[in-house]
Design a protein. Structure first.
Ligand code: FEO
Ligand code: CA
Ligand code: CA
Ligand code: CA
Length: 623
């Protein structure tokens, strides 16, 4: 999303670096070419035993499609590779199920609780099968067994999708709320949608479902893990925990649940009366006006100056677990994963089946985190424990020599014990704990993704305010971003790693592969990396999705969106022959810029929507 103006980190964690030396290192990497960087980097003995694609004998060309030319990726309508087709699915305001309340302008708060939300972002497809069993040791097949349904796993499933931010109160209508109903429309358009979708013929549609639901800002939620029950989550008036907000990117677990991540939650709070921020509130960017949503004007929960609702803001900034196959489940905020501006969460299965979660905190000069469960996830679940409730949270320090360390955010560390009373405080104010440990301030960590060979990739979208480069953030300033890659010791559970820079966006400028501000990211099982952008592209190009061959560094543009949008969210059917992505805030909400997707003659406002992509010959997406 666009709210990237802040810097909340005053810690001065700026590892001393000789800028010249760093730039020399960078030139060396680039001189070796992307192929050299990609193939040569992870050759240390520590990584022996890991599978590398280049060792598998897979010399098939990964990118066979005709790219979208730079000159065609502009204007008010999407463009796609001539080898592919796309279909629009679930625009903002459509009913969750056939027969539900139809989209109308202006929306009503009541209808919006049974309609698709706005600001489509991260999502995941949970297939439903006719028969057979999944192998849940294979991450590509993580999911829930659902027997006896109407279609195959590649034609039928639950789609869980985030609704990051809503312009329904702003660009689409009033500049500020005038009554509580206005606030409720906005709140109900945020959160998560779970819908059941099915392919009939060549077309995907929503279908009747026992488990379709909306989770929004006023939906009851529960807390679990070390902070649950702590005074930091209690308000003086005792109101129960409600809602999730600014749901950005996502993850999914090996046991078949969806993870939604709360990012810029600070922007929804404001102060009606005199208020001054605590150190903790300041570190998370709270201000008297927030992002201008004005919820605090009519909903006391979001008024920082209302003493009855003290601590309400501590209830946001978490990773939330949702069961896409049980609409009665209460969404659970998993506090062991820390409270930051969570972009997303990429789950890996580490050594001895420990669950590992990689997470970016998207703000200039903020950090990368990793959570490791204390034990084998299957064993923990058999014992009735959530693997996401018990474990260790770490923050990353990148050394300029290509090594790195994961620093444990534990109250057992005397440095943290001197500042915090207990582990719940450490987790609730994870950013401050990370400052104290000397984590490396990054150029806005967005999505992370774990490739099957063990490499982890993370987009560092941009940082126009960096004045001092370091190895991991080699440009100062860095207006166009880069992608970093690392590999952890000990199959994701170790406390050290090695890293390199995979791509620097500015190096593509002036070429056909031009892109800037990488954001969404997904590594497929073959060695492709799907890269989505959110920010000013060069030469009038719209935001886009490219595919990289991680073995060679080759890049091709597969899709471009519409003026004023961003491209985000990515998930596939198990056979990878259908891919879902999202167009967020098309035209910036301005119907004079675009009326995409304009599925109805009476609707002219551009609407956020999902895009379903297939290859014309039925092939694997990206090939
Ligand atoms: Fe929600 Fe950092 O993008
Ligand atoms: Ca976004
Ligand atoms: Ca993003
Ligand atoms: Ca972004």
């Amino acid at each position: 999303m666009k709210h990237d103006d802040g810097i909340s980190n005053p810690s001065g964690n700026r590892p001393f670096t000789n800028v010249l030396e760093v730039n020399m290192q960078r030139r060396k990497v680039l001189a070796g070419g992307l192929a050299g960087a990609a193939m040569g980097f992870f050759s240390s003995p520590a990584l022996a035993g890991m599978t590398d694609w280049e060792q598998t004998g897979n010399d098939t060309r990964l990118l066979g499609f005709t790219p979208v030319p730079l000159a065609e990726g502009k204007g008010p309508w999407p463009a796609i590779s001539t080898d592919y087709d796309y279909q629009v699915l679930i625009p903002w305001g459509e009913p969750l199920e056939p027969g539900g309340p139809a989209y109308q302008w202006p929306p009503t708060a009541a209808d919006q609780t049974r309609q698709i939300g706005i600001g489509h972002d991260g999502m995941w497809f949970f297939p439903m099968e006719d028969k057979g069993c999944r192998d849940d040791d294979d991450p590509a097949h993580w999911g829930r067994h659902q027997h006896g349904w109407r279609g195959g796993e590649n034609r039928h499933g639950m789609l869980a999708i985030n609704h990051e931010f809503g312009r329904s109160m702003h660009v689409y209508g009033k500049s500020a709320p005038e009554r509580l109903e206005d606030v409720r429309i906005s709140q109900h358009a945020h959160g998560v949608t779970v819908v059941e979708i099915q392919k009939t013929g060549r077309v995907w549609r929503t279908v009747q479902s026992d488990n379709a639901r909306r989770i929004h800002v006023n939906t009851p939620v529960a807390f679990s893990g070390p902070v649950a029950g702590h005074a930091l989550l209690a308000t003086p008036n005792g109101n129960i925990p409600l809602g999730t907000v600014n749901n950005c990117a996502n993850g999914h677990t090996p046991w078949g649940t969806y993870l939604t991540c709360e990012e810029n939650f600070n922007g929804y709070f404001g102060a009606r009366n005199a208020w001054s921020a605590t150190d903790e509130q300041r570190r998370y960017g709270f201000s008297a006006n927030g992002f201008g949503y004005g919820w605090h004007l009519f909903d006391r929960r979001f008024d920082l100056s209302d003493e009855d609702y003290r601590n309400e803001e501590n209830r946001f900034g978490w990773v939330v677990e949702i069961d896409p196959f049980d609409a009665t489940q209460t969404p659970i905020k998993r506090t062991a994963l820390g409270r930051v501006k969570h972009e997303g969460v990429a789950i890996a299965e580490g050594r001895n089946k420990r669950v590992v979660a990689y997470m970016g905190d998207d703000e200039r000069f903020d950090y990368l985190y990793k959570f490791v469960s204390e034990d084998n996830w299957k064993k923990m679940r058999r014992e009735g424990k959530s693997p996401l409730d018990h474990g260790t949270l770490y923050v990353a320090r990148f050394n300029d020599d290509g090594s790195g360390e994961w620093l444990a955010l534990s109250i057992d560390n005397p440095v943290l014990a001197a500042r915090f009373a207990d582990q719940a405080e450490v987790l609730t104010f994870a950013r401050i704990a990370a400052d104290l440990l000397g984590a490396t301030p990054m150029d806005r960590p967005e999505w992370t993704t774990v490739a099957p060979n063990g490499d982890v990739y993370c987009t560092l979208t941009n940082n126009s305010r960096r004045t001092t480069a370091n190895g991991a953030n080699p440009l100062a300033p860095n207006p166009d971003g880069h992608i970093i890659r690392w590999r952890d010791a000990d199959q994701h559970v170790g406390t050290t790693f090695t890293w390199d820079i995979f791509l620097i966006a500015a190096d593509t400028h002036g070429t056909e592969d031009s892109f800037a501000s990488p954001d969404g990211l997904w590594a497929d099982p073959d060695g492709r990396l799907f890269i989505q952008t959110d920010g000013g592209q060069k030469d009038g190009l719209n935001n886009q999705m490219l595919v990289a061959d991680t073995r060679t560094g080759e890049l091709r543009r597969i899709f471009t969106g519409v003026t004023g949008d961003e491209i985000t969210g990515i998930t596939v059917t198990p056979d990878r022959r259908t891919l879902f992505i999202n167009i967020q805030h098309p035209g910036g909400g301005d119907p004079t810029v675009t009326n995409f997707p304009a599925e109805r003659d009476d609707v002219t406002v551009p609407r956020d929507c999902t895009i379903v992509i297939t290859r014309k010959d039925g092939g694997i997406i990206g090939s």
